[in-house]
Design a protein around this ligand. Sequence first.
Ligand SMILES: C[S@@+](CC[C@H](N)C(=O)[O-])C[C@H]1O[C@@H](n2cnc3c(N)ncnc32)[C@H](O)[C@@H]1O
Length: 551
Amino acid sequence: MLKSNKKTETEKLNAEIERLKKELKKRKKYGLVWEEKPEEVVEMCKEKLPVLKEVKNKEIITDKDKPVNLLIEGDNYHALSVLNYTHAKKVDVIYIDPPYNTGNKDFIFNDRYVDREDAYRHSKWLAFMEKRLKLAKNLLKDSGVIFISIDDNEVAQLKLLMDDKNKGLFGENNFVQNFMWLHGKGKKDSWSRTLQQYILCYARNKNKLKPWSILSYANYEFSNPDNDRRGPWFSGSVSFSETRSNKEHPNYFEIKSPSGITWMRQWQRTKEEMMELLKKKKMFFGLPPKYDAVPRIKIFPEDIDEQIPPNIIDGVESTREAQKKLEEMFGKKVFDYPKPVSLMKHLIKLSSDKDAIILDFMAGTGTTGHAVLELNKEDGGNRRFILCTNNEDNNGNGYKIAEDICYPRIKKVIKGYKNLKGEKVEGLGGNLKYFKTAFVDYDEPTDKNKIKLTKQATEMLCVKEGTFEKVLDRKDFKIFKNANHYTGIIFDQAAIPAFKKAIKDIKGKFSVYVFSLGDEAFDDEFKDIKQKIQLSPIPEAILRVYRRIFK
Ligand SMILES: C[S@@+](CC[C@H](N)C(=O)[O-])C[C@H]1O[C@@H](n2cnc3c(N)ncnc32)[C@H](O)[C@@H]1O
């Protein structure tokens, strides 16, 4: 009796060991682990759904036929959730400059600064970033890329996080580059001076990513103003301006043009490389006999492969210069470490074409938007930007980042302004709409809640369609348009005949959203105008996205 009892005990133990072995096998063996920290802005979405509300008096329109840029004020978790419905797979480039988590009042989690002594410092940052990066990934086109600025505080954590495909992030295979941006004189300690900040770059799908060597030159037109025997070419910059040249740099030396004009400055190539270019007659000094233009490099079609961009970004402005320029715009210091416009322009030009949609969901002072407006002005592009930022007083100086800095900055760039010296700076033109995130109570999928959500979804649908011009505004249906197409929103099934009558004489395509308690889009009732319209039931189309995110 005793014996058999003992055996049972051993059996039980063995079974327990086997169970534990299996359990261990299931556990993660390699990768990043962190303490899950619930975040209030995420938890609230279990009972309230985010939508967008426009701040109408902040609209800026200088050219009605051009696309509209967006500024969304609110927590970016909410903004990204909305964009998951309106912009899934539509974005070409995402740039973000998140809090670096320095422990020095730069990162707020659940309304509190995370300081250096916080035992969960890295966990909170990772939980915060993971949630947003996963939402952001859904917005990228298959050919899209994301750039993330970061420094030594979190670069290692961020790389491992981004590499984790199992967690729904980008995956090791989609890693493109870790750029080193030489951002200034550098922070020094007793051992060394740090000259770079990192910019991690991942593709949504690296197999679909266009080669940048070609992309960055695709917009250039080859020509042959000096009748070069080798055929058409285009020119690229090889020098820093005189004021930006560093006299201590080994690449600071003199270059002489064929007519004897000398150029003393810092070059983007070594002396040897420049001499080689001269020897091969691949430098352009302007046309003979003067040869008096700033030397540029001649690039022939067969040279393009050699133009693959390096991962060290050295030729753009420093943090200090960026800060100074922002100060000049506002007449005072409003923000501590903005990124330079030239850095943003470099990244955007490198990775996308002239029609790209560019998103920055940690927009801060709006540098990314400023860069897009400048690029469009320079090359006649049609790029669009979406900026998201909260409205914190980042630097404790009383300026709220969205209302007092980002929006006024974009407005100045579009409309023009007077700088510190009292000189007028021409506006670049452009359109902007300002939205805030808002919420609709939605604790249960009741009919009442569905009706409420539909009523509050108008702006979100207009953002999705890019149609902001009102054509008809009735209680039971509304119609909006842009230069290309129309959007119809029908709040009551009974209004379908009236809606059809209203659009009968309008030429053009319609996206039509019809309120439906279920998943039905009333195809039968639109059968006769099938060619003209694309139907979606709301709020189901929105709820489908939100169920996936907030499940
Ligand atoms: C380092 S700054 C970005 C600066 C920007 N690159 C520039 O050139 O001005 C980060 C910005 O992200 C914003 N931010 C931080 N957490 C956010 C959140 N959860 N939602 C929206 N914005 C947030 C901060 O208010 C801050 O302005």
